[in-house]
Design a protein around this ligand. Sequence first.
Ligand code: IPM
Ligand code: MN
Length: 359
Amino acid sequence: MDKKIAVITGDGIGPEVTRQAIHVLNAVAAQFHHHFHYEYGLMGADAIDKTGNPLPDSTIELCLNSDAILFGAIGHPKYDNDPNAKVRPEQGLLKLRKSLQLFANIRPVTTYAALQHLTPVKAKILEGVDFIIYRELTGGIYFGNKTLSADGNMASDDCAYTKNEIERIAHLAFQAARQRKKKLTLVDKANVLETSRLWRKLVREMQSQYPDVSVDFLFVDNAAMQLILNPAQFDVVLTENMFGDILSDEASVLTGSLGLLPSASIGNGGALFEPIHGSYPAAAGKDIANPLGSILSAAMMLDHFGLKEEATKVRLAVQWTLDNGFVTKDIDPMNFYFTSTIGELVADLVQDKIPTELH
Ligand code: IPM
Ligand code: MN
């Protein structure tokens, strides 16, 4: 298989974790006789520094002409602490999602026995936890009209959704549920928000097309509580943009480290793969960040290409590193390996090289 992959390493730890994902993709290519070609584009604070624009047109062009996009991380503290900043790194990612119509953000939440001691949640509660969040990504309050009054005393962000925007991601979520435990939970705030009532009505109407899937409705405040009280009840969680952003960070607590969660953003054609973690500026350049979120995002990319065996091999290699204590600093601050060491180890395992000695 021949694939062209657009690589946007982005900010902070983005470049170093993405480098390891590419290592692993190269190992997959060697082992399974594929050809992956990489072309690099700018986005985020990195792009602002170099071009003044968080998403140069050339990057959009590159992404439109690629089979998939591998993305690292975005964000820089110098913009977070400046309320007057006119240009922000995050605008780059939001514009890319919108330009490519990447409307479905898919975030699987997997727990690992070897990491259970890291979560504040009791082991018993984590039994059987395996769910996937389908977060709407190109609508809602993120993209509504924004205003700030001339005197600076009033601001607003509109939240809007169309039938089409809701139904297209709901179809994907129903189809995913069909392949899994056949349960869909819509998370909304239908007791207060008009947009939520539209989500609920449309999802209810779609149920007749998926009679084998059972549907649950939860208000977002209750869902936030249920995620910690009884996370094993979930299979596919469907929700709008901002609720999905918040709940997926919360859900990462169940896995033991935010550094492990991958995601895929798909839509009409394009597909972008990125770890859900941020740019972690304090760790940038130190070779201590966890590359597994990025490596597991590359595994989701392999799934997207239809390379199931390859994706499974990467996941098993990741599992092996965790089970055998080859972990980064976020997981074991006293006894840890470097980002690059873990990346090389996963790449070696993918190529059936049994590690003899590690540095
Ligand atoms: C995420 C991030 C982004 C979001 C930011 C960086 C704009 O938090 O991908 O979850 O809110 O969507
Ligand atoms: Mn987020």
